[in-house]
Design a protein around this ligand. Structure first.
Ligand code: PMP
Length: 352
């Protein structure tokens, strides 16, 4: 067959999902704890008969629950199939000027993939030496939009709200997307700034802090005019995105604030212990505001070696073969027990 008309593209490569029953999976920033018991109840009570009907076209009940949760009108909310879906739709809807979209050189690698898929020009801005994002590098620069993950991935480093606001306020002609996938673990959210800036889109996910990666729920908050543009693009591809069970489980999760807060507290406590223990083993660990740490092994052993040795024991962490971070590992915060097993294995590798 003649393949000249086929699209050739290098896709995003997600962390591997091995199927070993004894594995310790610290490679895709999932939450080690289950979702709220209320989500379990909603799942048990789900009416399978309702599946014969399409779901609500505007993700009605979940949209309303999130609007109330964040104190916005429902017209300010857009819900998608995970935040990847939301981001991909935002890229298509908002970045059509031909001018370069700015994002950090080291960040969530899917941004680059969507840009290529939708033929969006980009300009990647280097991080500072300490892996922080330089707000000044996004100000006074001709651009067709800006995307920043806060906290950034895979570095785990957060940016101050005041610095983000400086970027937003100095780019009022362009859309600024703040991807807050990990913000619940310690970053400062800018969701309240949507009230003041009509060029701001804040993207969130249920995959990390709400332990619902498997339900695929993401959303964004923005000015209603921007939401209409995003919706028009989504409705030009697929009108019914989030499915009925996901909508019900999502609503149940939003209702259980106590469980949500308690789970975050546990993850953050383990993260601090993990960072301290890695430092004791000689690792350089970046200051994390997320549910993972980004760490460089001590001299004498490379990140790849640690990665490979851990994988032999069915302990999975993430390594990126990307210049500048190829001697770092991204380690998701697991349960205390999982982290202890991983740490003792690393200690053994280092003969400590
Ligand atoms: N943004 C960032 C920065 C991420 O790390 C991820 C997780 N891979 C996502 C968005 C997408 O998450 P999801 O589609 O599960 O909401």
């Amino acid at each position: 067959m003649n393949q000249d008309n086929f699209r050739k593209i290098t896709p995003y490569v997600p962390g591997i999902q091995p199927g070993f029953s004894d594995m310790i999976k610290l490679n895709t920033n999932e939450n080690p704890y289950p979702p709220s018991p209320m989500v379990g109840e909603a799942s048990k009570n789900f009416d399978a008969g309702s599946l014969r009907l399409y779901p609500s076209v505007d993700v009605g009940p979940l949209r309303d629950a999130l609007a109330e949760y964040h104190g916005y009108d429902r017209e300010c909310m857009f819900i998608g199939v995970g935040s990847d879906d939301v981001l991909a739709t935002v890229f298509q809807a908002c970045f059509n000027s031909g001018r370069p979209v700015l994002f950090p050189e080291i960040t969530y690698s899917f941004y680059e993939v969507w840009a290529r898929l939708y033929n969006i020009n980009t300009c990647k801005i280097p991080l500072k030496e300490d892996f922080t994002i330089d707000a000044d590098a996004y100000i006074g620069v001709d651009n067709g939009g800006i995307v920043i993950a806060n906290p950034n991935a895979p570095t785990s480093v957060a940016m101050a709200k005041s610095e983000i606001e400086r970027i937003i306020k100095n780019n009022t002609d362009n859309v600024v997307v703040i991807d807050e996938a990990y913000v619940d673990f310690g970053g400062e959210s800018v969701i309240d700034l949507v009230k003041s800036y009509d060029n701001l889109i804040v993207v969130r996910t249920f995959s990390k802090s709400r332990s619902l990666a498997g339900a695929r729920i993401g959303y964004c908050v923005a000015n209603p005019a921007l939401i209409s543009v995003i919706e028009a693009v989504r409705n030009s591809i697929n009108s019914y995105t989030d499915n009925r069970p996901a909508i019900e489980l999502g609503v149940a999760s939003v209702k259980d604030e106590d469980y949500f807060r308690a789970t975050i507290k546990k993850v953050v406590a383990t993260r601090e212990r993990l960072a301290d223990e890695l430092k004791k083993l000689g690792f350089r660990v970046l200051p994390s505001s997320a549910n993972f740490v980004f760490a460089q092994p001590p001299a004498g052993i490379s990140a790849v070696e640690v990665y490979e040795e851990l994988a032999k024991k069915h302990i999975y962490v993430r390594h990126f073969n990307i210049k500048g971070i190829d001697n770092y590992l991204r380690i998701t915060v697991g349960t205390d027990e999982q982290i202890d097993t991983m740490l003792s294995e690393v200690g053994r590798l280092l003969n400590k």
